[in-house]
Design a protein around this ligand. Sequence first.
Ligand code: AMP
Length: 477
Amino acid sequence: MSFADLGLIPELLRAVADAGYTEPTPIQAQAIPVVLGGADLMGGAQTGTGKTAGFTLPLLQRLARHANTSTSPARHQTRALILAPTRELAMQVEESVKTYSKHLPLRSTCIYGGVDMNAQIAELRRGIEIVVATPGRLLDHVQQKTIQLGQVEMLVLDEADRMLDMGFIPDIRRILSLLPAARQSLLFSATFSDEIKKLADQMLKNPQLIEVARRNQVSETIGHRVHPVSAGLKRNLLAHILRHEPDAQVLVFVDTKFGCSRLAHFLNRHGIRADAIHGDKGQAQRTETLESFKSGGTRVLVATDVAARGLDIDDLPYVINFELPHTAEDYVHRIGRTGRAGRQGNAVSLVCAEEKHRLAEIEKLIKLTIPQEVVPGFDPEADFFEAPARGRRRSGGADASGEARERKASDRGAKPRGGATGGKRPAVAADGFDFSKPYEPPAPPVGAAAGASDAEGDSPKRPQRPIPFLLGGLGRK
Ligand code: AMP
């Protein structure tokens, strides 16, 4: 199927071709005709599925019917409102709107909190058809009467489940009350809790339901790996991994803002260029950091969950969980930054004994036993492989031996590395580097279709090369 088959106008087909897309993703193939037809839509789709173009392209086409080239602000009233939970996501969505609308006389802008309102007010005064906004700042503008919502024909609520998590639902309800009742509404969410369904009931009229990924289903193109390691050795292991993959861009997740800056500092001190992004940084700094990472200027970005939510970064081959998230669903969101739009990705987690229960929760949620691999020189705590049974021992002893560890690891489907060196060279150098391992291909992603979809070229921006698994190629070049 091509984009032309979906009934898109030539201006949009040109923009899509300029973006390098050759065929629609499943959510696009399903959503575009529904939205073009004027129906409300409830879309179950995660970031990475191409959902942004799925709603933006038909939205633009519907607005284009009455677009005009007049310079008068009065002729450019706000006709579409797209709400997103975070500043970063709002900015990315607006970037997509600009990309796809470049051959149309439609104006867009992005409004979000944390920055001065004046520039946004000046922009809104010009007359803007498409406003992408975070809820709080939009309401600030409503309050100050710097935006009029009385002419809104189309509403999109993106990442509704995130809105809920972040406490935005009262704001959303207020915004809904300010919009004309006769409008087309689209709601996108990765998950459908009862509360989301309740919100959908209030917001949508006879919606068509489109779902492309099951709740909390992870992309089939992601290979998962756990490296059991003691908490104290984690940052050294991270540096070790990053040194062995000097060209790859990596997004590293940590739990706290403090830990985020500290880890980036540690990496820089050890010669690995890294930046940190977290909620305490000013908006200008966050934007600059993100731009630098997206353009390849920064190789390693250390991020907290909130700062990284909704990040759309092209061609990101690795996500590393320096710490596992407290909530299993956040694992799915984190690793959604890799393996996007049919590409292959790697999700690597450094897990200490204390985090075993989080790992168990994640595995239960994603219905997958993640292979574990101890990296020689970076052993976990003695009790890592003990079953989480009542009365378990915390001391070392037999379970702490490499043999026992490997046996238990292989019981779980892991590939123990330390025992298979071939005896050519010492397995582990003094600094913890393992020079003995030959190249190993990545662990096959879950689901056989993964490689096929990549090979069929549904991701034209990405060069079709195999991605070596981080610790696969340990030989120094
Ligand atoms: P999204 O799920 O909207 O965040 O999109 C994820 C990524 O897929 C973005 O980098 C888009 O540029 C890309 N993308 C969207 N649609 C297509 C397509 N039809 N073909 C290839 N890449 C796409």
